[in-house]
Design a protein around this ligand. Sequence first.
Ligand SMILES: [Zn+2]
Length: 243
Amino acid sequence: MKCDVRVVIPGFPAKYTYGPCGLSSIYLVETGKRKMLFDTGGFGQRRELFPRLKAMGHPAESFEIVVLSHAHWDHMMNVPYFSNADIYLHAEDMKFANAKVQDVDRAYPLPYMRDLLSTRHLRCWEGDSTLVEGVQLIHTPGHTPGSISAVVETEWGRTVLCGDTIKNRAEYFSEEYDVRGDEQTFHAGVKRIRALADAIAPGHDRPFDTKSGKYLADGDREPAIIANFEKNIQKESVCKPMP
Ligand SMILES: [Zn+2]
């Protein structure tokens, strides 16, 4: 079955010199009969996310399925706004998140973790799973214990939405990843994604073709960061990803 993957918010492959800035990608997957949102982003995308979903014909309240690639703040903070949706999180990340609620960790701000874990719509699953016809969820642990990827057939070929297991195009082609957790487990997940994917929709970048490296979609607007380094507010520095 052919599905559509559309970029709602394009991720930005950037980090601060002193830490992550969390500009993650948000995708809409349509199977013909069903639709789902893959990740919900963090604070930075909130103002743009809801008008954009509406403009695409899919207001937040119309979603019945939201899939989280993993439970880090930059992918799950807007979950409470999808009040009619079941929220799919892998059971291993549910366990991990529960443990982290007792902990102070930069990737798990406490109130948001509590919000996520207390939602009555949280649906946990294990192993691999066919969520709806045409969408397979596979367990690709490493970045977090419950990191997952979604595999769908699209006009780009077999497309893998992989969250932060592969964050951006540079990681894919250099094969230098931001390895977290057990190294062997992490690389097994990456290997599984690489074996499947004609196209990758990463966690912090735009979808790209795995052979040519060509970017396949930007969403409605090219991603960029606007900075004001000058005394004149009109003088803006626009930082864009390479074409
Ligand atoms: Zn992330």
